[in-house]
Design a binder for this molecule. Structure first.
Ligand code: SAM
Length: 288
């Protein structure tokens, strides 16, 4: 069954009385070039189990299942289950979990379903939860080699921006703290049914095997990043002092101890400078 043929897709959806849910970010891929490219770039191959988030009617699921040893997919919309039974008929290496990705135990799925295999994540993410899903995957330090996902073009630019550039934000720092992120290719809005109002891009994150900081320093680091970047156009001195309720004298001393100028903005700092500043501030911060 060709799941990128508009006639075929309309016929299946119509027969099942399915209507797209905007709230669930349902824009299904109908451009035949995209799913094979995501699968090939996303480690869907022998020796791998792939976790997919949001199957839709299974257009990407199928390409993953053709290449990887196993595919476990989480899909929240119960209405899609009878459709998937039809579209994925004959693929006995696919398991669908009818759950909310934000609430299910992804580690358990990976550990139990992918025993003896390496793991990877591939998805055309529902746009309304792009950042929460990525943060969930990264913060829970799932044992995955790569996370290859389609996101809105603007989100891709922000996620893959260089830390220390104007395009970077708290999410850029977070993603780059946990792994190496790069943009793979752009996808036009016409590649989806229904077509969204924005273009998309596929990005790949390769999580680092070891954390950069110990748990306590990591927690403090993210307090600094979240607080500081919420007032990104202010100087680090003003933003951190007001957001973390630390006196300007102390923040100033931390900046000096980290070898940074007093008028620097957080968005100008590279990863090692942000870490140096957070460590220096943690040393001096009596409230922590
Ligand atoms: N992979 C399919 C494709 O590319 O055509 C569908 C992608 S569509 C952008 C996102 C999918 O994620 C939808 O099928 C939607 O129902 C599902 N979804 C939305 N929120 C979800 C959640 N919280 N947990 C699991 N799946 C979710």
């Amino acid at each position: 069954m060709n799941l990128t043929n508009i006639g075929t897709v309309k016929e299946i959806l119509g027969r099942h009385g399915f209507s797209f849910s905007k709230g669930l970010g349902q824009n299904f891929i109908i451009n035949p070039d995209i799913c094979p490219k995501i699968a090939e770039n996303g480690n869907a191959r022998q020796g791998y189990g792939v976790l997919e988030i949001g199957t839709g009617i299974g257009v990407l699921t199928k390409e993953l299942a053709l290449r990887a040893d196993k595919v476990s997919a989480v899909e929240i919309d119960t209405r899609l289950l009878p459709i998937l039974e039809e579209t994925l008929e004959g693929f006995d290496n696919v398991h669908i979990y009818n759950e909310d990705v934000m609430k299910c135990d992804l580690r358990k799925i990976i550990e139990e379903d992918f025993k003896g295999l390496k793991a990877a994540v591939c998805a055309n993410l529902p746009y309304y939860i792009t950042s929460p899903v990525l943060m969930l995957l990264l913060e829970s330090r799932l044992p995955v080699e790569s996370i290859t996902v389609m996101v809105q073009k603007e989100a891709a630019q922000r996620l893959c921006a260089k830390v220390g550039s104007r395009e970077s934000g708290a999410i850029t720092v977070a993603v780059n703290y946990y792994g190496k992120a790069k943009q793979l290719f752009g996808v036009s809005r016409g590649s989806f049914m229904p077509a969204p109002n924005v273009d998309s891009a596929v990005i790949k994150i390769e999580p680092y095997a070891e954390p950069m900081l110990d748990p306590e320093s990591e927690k403090y680091f993210f307090r600094v990043v979240k607080g500081g970047f919420s007032q990104r156009r202010k100087t680090a001195l003003n933003a951190l002092s007001s957001q973390l309720s630390i006196s300007k004298e102390v923040v100033g001393e931390a900046l000096r101890n980290a070898g940074l100028a007093e008028n620097v903005r957080l968005e100008q700092l590279e990863m090692d400078e942000l870490i140096a500043l957070s460590s220096a501030l943690k040393e001096l911060d009596k409230s922590k």
